[in-house]
Unconditional design. Structure first.
Ligand code: SF4
Length: 150
């Protein structure tokens, strides 16, 4: 299978604070599959490190209050082009770009609310199946399916 993954989950130091969120369980699960690493924030030309971002009222802001919505959409659309023929994607939970199901509420106080990141929203709009890194069993099950099972 061909699978898209948030680059930080694969060990790339591309998070806003120039760290990664390497997930060895997922890396192991994906052995033998074609992996396409994407980072919507890098594709949006945010420098590293950069200010943290959060979503408020469907707009994306830096912690100091700069509206970077258009910038993030631009890079996210580039990433869609990279993964559109993938079987599915595995994205980093809670990120304003890659979050799936839960994101921070825009107050920069660590409060989670229901919602998806900008890139995740575009994936879903484009019919791309999404998992986050917390859904290990679901990912394992999905990888065991053959193309004809779908
Ligand atoms: S934008 Fe996505 S891939 Fe890039 S650092 Fe954030 S969560 Fe990871």
């Amino acid at each position: 299978m061909k699978i898209g993954i948030s680059a930080c989950l694969f060990g790339d130091k591309v998070r806003y604070d120039q760290t990664d969120k390497r997930n060895d369980t997922i890396i192991e699960l994906l052995k033998g599959h074609e992996v396409i690493k994407i980072c919507p924030e890098v594709s949006s030309c945010f420098s590293l490190p950069h200010e943290p971002l959060e979503i408020k009222d469907d707009k994306v802001y830096t912690k100091s209050g700069i509206d970077v919505t258009e910038q993030l959409y631009k890079g996210s659309r580039k990433c869609i082009d990279q993964i559109k023929d993938c079987n599915f994607v595995i994205l980093k939970a809670k990120s304003p770009s890659c979050g799936y199901g839960l994101i921070y509420d825009g107050s920069f106080k660590g409060i989670l609310i229901k919602g998806n990141g900008v890139f995740t929203g575009l994936c879903l709009e484009n019919g791309i199946e999404v998992f986050n890194e917390l859904q290990i069993e679901e990912i394992r099950k999905r990888l065991s399916q053959t193309d004809s099972d779908r």
